[in-house]
Design a protein around this ligand. Structure first.
Ligand code: URA
Length: 212
């Protein structure tokens, strides 16, 4: 078996047996799935109803949109890796609490350490702000960031795109630039200056520089 897969399986067992983790009494573990050697790791916020039932990430309506976007890129779902920051469903699909994010964070960090993706594509503001606390999704989606040795590419959450055609268009546009972002990350990031419109963060906003 792939060495990375072995380490991932061990990590999954560790989470399963840590019954002190929040949500462990009320929901199933949705660890994540995909190709351990993928260039891109998508990170959502937390599982929903269908994900909890099937113990797989992004298998509901939002997942169907994610699959469709992957198909547009000719990237089979199995070729990428997909997971969430919080690995169990919050009751009634409420937003994850800061303490839930904090409790699962060390496991997510280890998962990423094993996977070593070229790019982390965050889906929605929770996973984006987990890596880039000062970013704003409407301003910073579709830009490539480099922080703590990770390349982060924020995207709108597919569920938000299902509620708004504008968001869907933006998500699609950003998504289709993912191969380009991966290439830039592989080349160490900076290839060209961001266009002038992107150089000035909004007042009181982001201080981390994006690479495009
Ligand atoms: N939304 C998420 O953030 N993650 C999932 O796995 C499903 C829906």
């Amino acid at each position: 078996m792939n060495e990375k897969q072995k380490l991932l399986d061990e990590l999954k067992k560790e989470i399963e047996t840590n019954i002190a983790l929040p949500l462990s009494k009320s929901a199933n573990l949705v660890f994540g799935e995909g190709n351990p050697d993928a260039d891109v790791c998508f990170i959502g916020e937390a599982p929903g109803f269908h994900e909890d039932k099937q113990q797989r990430p992004f298998v509901g309506l939002a997942g169907r949109l994610l699959d469709k976007l992957l198909t547009e890129l000719n990237w089979p779902r199995e070729s990428v890796y997909i997971t969430n920051i919080v690995k169990r469903r919050p009751p009634e699909n409420r937003d994850p609490l800061p303490e839930e994010i904090e409790a699962y964070a060390p496991y997510l960090a280890r998962q990423i350490e094993i996977l070593q993706p070229k790019i982390i594509a965050t889906l929605g503001r929770f996973s984006m702000n987990y890596y880039l606390p000062d970013t704003k999704i409407s301003r910073d989606r579709g830009r490539l960031f480099h922080k703590n040795n990770l390349f982060i590419y924020p995207l709108y959450h597919p569920a938000a795109a299902l509620r708004s055609t504008n968001v869907l268009e933006e998500l699609r546009k950003d998504f289709l630039r993912l191969p380009q972002a991966v290439e830039r990350a592989k080349n160490g990031g900076v290839i060209k200056e961001p266009p002038p419109s992107e150089q000035k963060p909004e007042e009181g906003g982001e201080k981390q520089a994006s690479l495009f």
